[in-house]
Ligand binder design. Structure first.
Ligand SMILES: NC(=O)C1=CN([C@@H]2O[C@H](COP(=O)(O)OP(=O)(O)OC[C@H]3O[C@@H](n4cnc5c(N)ncnc54)[C@H](O)[C@@H]3O)[C@@H](O)[C@H]2O)[C@@H](O)CC1
Ligand SMILES: [K+]
Length: 504
């Protein structure tokens, strides 16, 4: 699904209004109804609801929600903030439509905000996508009061004060919502780790914005959901044989870290690869032969480190390198040889990223359009550099992808995938239980297997990251996110692929 900017969302609103021949107040009513339905399903009318409304259409939404909740027997109080002469016309219309018996207060000073305790529900409708400068003054004072209260806060469309698609200036106040209910499409701000404390749990609810407008609107930003992914899975044909599904090479493992090779190998095998060969330091030979009997194992001449490449490196049609390797000089030389001699796609993770990141010479050797990097945030910093905030980090990532003609999978909550053409995908699966050692090795195994099966590099990243997160979600529902291990993720890959297959 696409992610649109605030400006594009405004255009989508205007287009829909024109195309359907409705008024903007009608669209506001529709949005507020959708919000109210979500709210009713979430909260009983036992607690009083305090709705805080700013002067724009977000405030207008708040007024309609207050009216609808009042009709549905919720005890409601409305607080308007900001100069009324500046209010939007739909705000003014809906202010007049508030029933007389609904309590309405206008706030000019923060001390007019009532005491807020946990027995209250707050709806934040101060600002939405029309925010065009940091929030200060009376609005900031109100936000401060709401944030320091124990009341549960639900934001309409976006937490007030937060810019939806660019860095919020540091001096601006921002609501810390427990829930954010947004309209039609997710906003870029929801997907960035730096905004976790503001967004809370977020949901997107449809309000019938023009599908035609959305499909014709250009963007480089996407949020990948089940609908975007399941049809990409290729069916296995009746007359296929193991050669059809590729021969993968994994260069993983080091002394004390053979487990990384085992995890990557097991995940690779559970992701449909035809044949798998591993090369591991000789101390790991027996470990791999025992733990992963389906894989062929080559022993490096070094006991503890990767020091050489297998012969016939180009007979493997995807090579995964990095998990557990260590950063010995001899390993760095072997990776240089790999970059110089292999003619097939490379999936580069962990210590292989650290080695390449610290060497301009190796970076200059990267083959174009054949490399996927899968860094976690620290490895990303070593590869691409430090950034001031999450927006800069995404910009730096896309610049790196363009410069080196590579794909970068930045692992984390809502893993971000950058492509050489400048597209940016955010993943929708996965959970905090996956923040445990070895899950990255699992992802390397999955993506390498998919590349070997002739998925495009872009699809291998999208599908691999999605199915990895889905397996994590299935594992979490079984073992919980505290006890979950990387092996649990592998054990749930079959169910995750089946889930995608059944409805593809
Ligand atoms: N346009 C439409 O038809 C629809 C809009 N909807 C709602 O409308 C919202 C957008 O409405 P608006 O574009 O009116 O914008 P907002 O309601 O976000 O606020 C804009 C108003 O606030 C002022 N303002 C901006 N930043 C400020 C600051 N830092 N301090 C003080 N004042 C500030 C602006 O000058 C303007 O008067 C969406 O987020 C959504 O909630 C929904 O009702 C769906 C339909
Ligand atoms: K809001």
């Amino acid at each position: 699904m696409k992610i649109l900017t605030a400006a594009q969302t405004r255009e989508a609103d205007a287009y829909t209004i024109k195309a359907e021949g409705i008024s903007s107040a009608d669209l506001m009513e529709r949005a507020a109804k959708a919000f109210t339905t979500w709210f009713e399903n979430k909260f009983q009318p036992t607690k009083e609801v305090l709705v805080f409304c700013g002067p724009g259409n977000n405030g207008g939404d708040g007024l309609v929600v207050a009216r609808l909740l009042h009709q549905r027997n919720y005890p409601v109080r409305v607080f308007t903030v900001g100069a009324s002469e500046k209010a939007s016309s739909d705000f003014k219309t809906n202010l007049k439509l508030l029933p007389d018996e609904l309590k309405h207060f206008h706030i000019e000073e923060a001390n007019q905000v009532p005491d807020l305790n946990e027995d209250l529900n707050v709806i934040d409708a101060l600002f939405g996508t029309g925010l065009n400068r940091p929030v200060t003054g009376i609005f900031a004072d109100v936000i401060e009061k709401l944030n320091s209260s124990a009341a549960c806060i639900t934001s309409i469309d976006i937490p007030s004060g937060l810019f939806s698609d660019s860095q919020t200036p540091y001096e601006g106040a921002i609501i810390k919502a427990d829930y954010t209910i947004s309209f039609e499409l997710p906003k870029l701000a929801f997907l960035l780790p730096q905004h976790e404390e503001y967004i809370g749990e977020w949901h997107v609810i449809p309000i019938g914005l023009s599908e035609q407008f959305i499909s014709e609107t250009e963007t480089n930003l996407y949020y990948t959901t089940y609908r975007d992914i399941h049809y990409k899975l290729k069916p296995r044909k009746k007359f296929s044989h193991k050669g059809t599904f590729g021969h993968t090479l994994l260069l993983c493992g080091g002394f004390g870290k053979m487990g990384a090779a085992v995890l990557a190998a097991r995940a690779c095998l559970r992701s449909g690869v035809g044949l798998l060969t591993l090369q591991v330091p000789s101390a790991g030979y027996t470990v791999l032969q025992t733990a992963v009997p389906e894989a062929m194992t080559l022993a490096d001449k070094s006991r503890k480190h990767l020091s050489e490449l297998p012969q016939d490196i180009n007979k493997y049609n995807a090579i995964g390198v990095g998990p557990g390797l260590g950063t010995e000089r001899i390993t760095k030389t072997a990776i240089g040889q790999l970059l110089a001699t292999s003619s097939h796609p490379l999936i580069i993770d962990a210590d292989a990223i650290n080695l390449i990141g610290s060497s301009d010479k190796l970076k200059a050797q990267l083959p174009k359009n054949r490399v996927i990097f899968t860094p976690h945030p620290k490895e990303f910093e070593r590869l691409v550099g430090k950034s001031n905030n999450d927006y800069d980090r995404l910009r730096d990532m896309l610049e790196f992808c363009a410069e080196y003609g590579c794909y970068v999978v930045l692992k984390g909550s809502n893993t971000a995938i950058g492509t050489p053409e400048g597209k940016l995908y955010f993943n929708s699966t996965g959970n905090a239980g996956m923040a445990t050692g070895g899950t990255g090795d699992v992802l390397t195994g999955i993506i390498t297997a998919l590349v070997a099966q002739h998925y495009t590099l872009e699809d291998a990243c999208l599908l691999g990251v999605y199915v990895h997160g889905l397996a994590g979600d299935l594992a979490s529902s079984k073992v919980g996110d505290i006890a979950m291990t990387a092996s649990d993720v592998i054990d749930h890959l079959p169910q995750a692929f089946l889930h995608l297959q059944q409805s593809s």
